[in-house]
Design a protein around this ligand. Structure first.
Ligand code: ASP
Length: 323
């Protein structure tokens, strides 16, 4: 058994590890751990207490993946509910779909009786109001919210460096591998912006045969690179978990333009190995590791710096582009 989660998983680690030790399935254990983080307003990047979008509304993203069936459940831009991860779980259970967003996701959450919540806590409201007061012109304030938001998106921020989405990867007692994520995404984001956390294959992916991966940080980067799926695929093609992560980091060197910032990659394989790499000085450079016995322990991630546009054709790529 193995459990890997990032620093934002701190509140959930003891519960998830205990459940796994007692033979719980990976999805149950991950969901239980993430729920604790979602409900705690002191974690400012997940669930209640998460930073709002540019309109001052908290929009939450989450997903779960069962690596044995390759079923997923994901929810994006969900407003007004406390546990997006559990809504994601119910999507997996009750629908023939994998991802619901926005109003449809909220409708489904209400339909299943999911717990409602006002996720915008007073401190977030204060911070958003301070931004509004300082950054908008008088004309924009009068017209609000009927103003062009795109120019204001230069303010989209990584609200607190070192504070992230939470990601969980688990290999349970039955041998199944699962993944889970939950986040409020980047603060001051454009309404409706999905990060990588609900995008299966970008922010997370699990396949019991090979392993799993999950990312935090600039979701725009991992969406463009299909990072989590790529890592599992590299392992399928024979790479070690560490080499698979390095290869995925190398993919990021091809990124040019857009949001290029920090990403932390977490990965496990099906044999109990793991790798966590912090790309571009990600503040989130510690993670939790529990290896089936004893207490979970904090470990440092490997720091890696990448430079924009320095991609080469990978020496491990079987096919190269024809000119
Ligand atoms: N990956 C998340 C997103 O892009 C944010 C984070 O982990 O900090 O929404």
């Amino acid at each position: 058994m193995i459990l890997v989660t990032n620093n934002e998983g701190t509140l959930g680690v003891p519960t998830t590890a205990r459940m796994l030790a007692n033979g719980a399935g990976g999805l149950d254990a991950i969901e239980a751990g993430i729920r604790l983080i979602e409900a705690d307003p002191s974690v400012r990047t997940v669930g209640r207490g998460g930073w709002p979008n540019i309109l001052g509304e908290v929009e939450l993203d989450a997903c779960l993946m069962d690596g044995s069936s390759l079923r997923t459940g994901a929810v994006g831009a969900l407003q007004g509910f406390l546990h997006p991860v559990s809504v994601a779980r119910e999507i997996m259970r009750r629908l023939p779909h994998e991802l619901l967003v926005g109003d449809g996701a909220a409708r489904f959450a209400a339909e299943i009786g999911a717990e409602t919540a006002n996720n915008l806590i007073a401190d977030s409201k204060r911070a958003w109001q301070a931004w509004f007061d300082a950054e908008l012109t008088e004309e924009q304030k009068r017209a609000w919210p009927n103003v062009d938001l795109a120019p204001l998106c230069r303010h989209a921020i990584d609200p607190e460096v070192g504070r992230d989405t939470t990601v969980f990867l688990a290999h349970d007692a039955s041998g199944a591998i699962c993944s889970g994520t939950s986040t409020s995404g980047w603060g001051w984001k454009y309404p409706g912006r999905l990060g990588d956390s609900p995008i299966i294959g970008a922010g997370s992916y699990a396949d019991t045969r090979y392993g799993a991966a999950a990312c935090t940080g600039a979701g725009e980067m991992t969406i463009r690179c299909g990072t989590a799926r790529a890592i599992v695929l590299y392992m399928k093609k024979g790479a070690s978990v560490a080499d698979a992560v390095y290869e995925a980091v190398d993919d990021m060197r091809a990124l040019q333009g857009g949001l290029i910032s920090r990403v932390t990659i977490h990965a496990i394989d099906a044999s109990g190995n793991h790798k966590v790499a912090a790309v571009n000085g990600a503040g989130d450079n510690v993670y939790w590791l529990w290896e089936g016995q004893g207490e979970p322990r904090r470990c440092p991630a490997e720091p890696i710096t990448i430079t924009e546009g320095t991609a080469r054709v990978s020496p491990t790529a079987r096919y190269t582009a024809r000119s």
